[in-house]
Design a binder for this molecule. Structure first.
Ligand code: NAP
Ligand code: F7E
Length: 345
């Protein structure tokens, strides 16, 4: 079958499919029988390691994952793709998603993370595509507003990334209210996994723990250890995204565990897993501080529980342990692709 030709399968278009969430979402949608179309950026080196295990040759009749070159900065390409694929569901997960990096690349972050959303929304409106749209909004939008944070909490972003996400949040709501689009914001708190990018704090820690335990590293340089986060498990969070698009009414939802954990707690639990004392290895480096920090994010996921029936099962201590175990496993496969296994309901 040619990519996108019509059959009974539901079609989803996923931007950011090569990222942590995109890979789990694609895996889950394929397990549910969807035809999945992913947007990937042209890169001089392969950037598909998180989804290679899902990919089958396009000449294979059973293939139901299709990858398309494109970029959120390229509106005409988005129009061509969406018009030819005609997906029923669009998940906008692509972003320059690193908060610290957004201070170094504020303009680019605004373009990809903020304007990228309106390029997609306006494309959908212009070509008259009847689809449901998911926007990857973030707890970073709450920034300096104290916890607990829910759907009615005021935004006070503390980074170019947070500000760009606020823009994307509001245009998503605007297209829902102005044009009657089924467009929703998932306001997701930090969620992690063995597939988390290596420069986010959890993965930086668990990867270092595995390497220190194996004698391949002797110290770990970190920034602010006092930050409080509400860390959940990414495969559970992509399930919440999907549920938002299956609900009768479009609405916005906080997705979180409702529990607090500091960076220091995460360090302690991770080093404990291999029987080491974190204080002997961790050193301070101011380069990992941000010009403005988000001190505390703790979500209240009551609405997602009550309306979507979504509840988190994995909390920060178990998450730290499973990520350390996965990084120990990954070290054994260094140089070869390694992917954690997830069982989808
Ligand atoms: P991630 O691992 O950093 O993945 C980001 C994805 O976006 C990658 O596939 C990346 O492609 C793609 N991308 C970046 N710039 C692009 C552009 N200009 N055009 C097209 N694609 C582009 O992020 P994640 O953790 O999976 O998060 C998914 C989404 O949720 C992001 O929007 C993030 O901001 C948001 N979010 C994440 C969290 C969290 O805790 N993980 C919480 C709240 C919200 P390459 O692989 O080529 O770089
Ligand atoms: O930092 C502190 C740092 O970079 C967490 C993104 O997915 O979640 C993520 O943003 C905390 C911060 O994530 C280091 O200062 C200390 O307080 O893992 P992070 P983030 O900034 O919370 C939100 C919800 C998103 O939407 C984003 O896309 O840890 N921290 N020392 C450090 N952080 C890093 N990266 N590296 C350190 O060495």
């Amino acid at each position: 079958m040619t990519a996108g030709t019509q059959d009974a399968r539901r079609r989803a278009f996923v931007t950011g499919i090569t990222g942590q969430d995109g890979s789990y979402l694609a895996e889950m949608l394929l397990a549910k029988g969807y035809e999945v179309h992913g947007l990937i950026r042209r890169s001089s080196t392969f950037n598909t390691s998180r989804i290679d295990h899902l990919y089958r040759d396009v000449h294979d009749e059973q293939s139901n994952l299709f990858l398309h070159y494109g970029d959120l900065s390229d509106g005409s390409r988005l129009a061509t793709l969406l018009d030819s694929i005609q997906p029923q569901e669009v998940y906008n997960l692509a972003a320059q998603s690193h908060v610290r990096v957004s201070f170094d690349e504020p303009e680019y972050t605004g373009d990809a993370t903020g304007l990228g959303a309106i390029r997609l929304l306006e494309t959908i409106r212009m070509i008259g595509l009847h689809c449901r749209y998911y926007q990857a909004s973030s707890s970073e939008m709450f920034g300096a507003t104290p916890p607990p944070q829910n759907e009615t909490t005021a935004f006070y972003p503390r980074s170019p990334y947070g500000a760009a996400k606020v823009y994307a949040y509001w245009v998503t709501r605007n297209y829902r209210e102005g044009y009657g689009m089924f467009a929703v914001n998932g306001i997701l708190f930090n969620h992690e996994s063995p597939r988390r990018g290596e420069t986010f704090v959890t993965r930086k820690i668990t990867r270092a723990v595995a390497r220190i335990a194996a004698g391949q590293q002797t110290e770990l340089y970190m920034g602010n250890l006092d930050a409080i986060r509400d860390w959940g498990y990414a495969p559970e969070y992509v399930e919440a995204m999907w549920r938002m698009l299956q609900n009768d009414e479009p609405s916005d939802y906080v997705v979180a565990t409702g529990t607090k954990y500091t960076v220091r707690d995460f360090l302690s639990t991770s080093f404990d897993r291999v029987g080491l004392d974190w204080e002997k290895y961790v050193k301070f480096d101011p380069r990992y501080l941000r010009p403005t920090e988000v001190d505390a994010l703790i979500g209240d996921p009551s609405k997602a529980r009550d309306v979507l029936g979504w509840t988190p099962k994995v909390h920060a201590p178990d998450l730290a342990r499973l990520m350390v175990d996965a990084d120990i496993e990954a070290l054994k496969h260094e140089g070869r692709p390694w992917i954690d296994t997830v069982t989808w309901a």
